[in-house]
Design a protein. Sequence first.
Length: 95
Amino acid sequence: MIDLRKVTLFVILLCSLISIGIEYLPDGKAFSVTSVAVSSDGEKLVSGYIDNTVKVWSLLDGRLLNNLLLNSAWVTSVAVSPDGNWIAVSNEGDN
């Protein structure tokens, strides 16, 4: 069962941090966030960063589910497909 209060608080916190351009991670590192997207079921959040990474987070418990390192310039936008099975990523320099 999804605890909507926890999800709402997590999203509010993350959006607050994104609005100032910094995301503080549990490992103590801070990265500049460039884009976020939430899956249609509300269970996952995808975030893109200037360090060429895309991270997939669980909104159910805040865990990092996947950390993808791209061989390109920084991520400019991320999106999640309606069924939640695919992630689209755009990066600086894409045409």
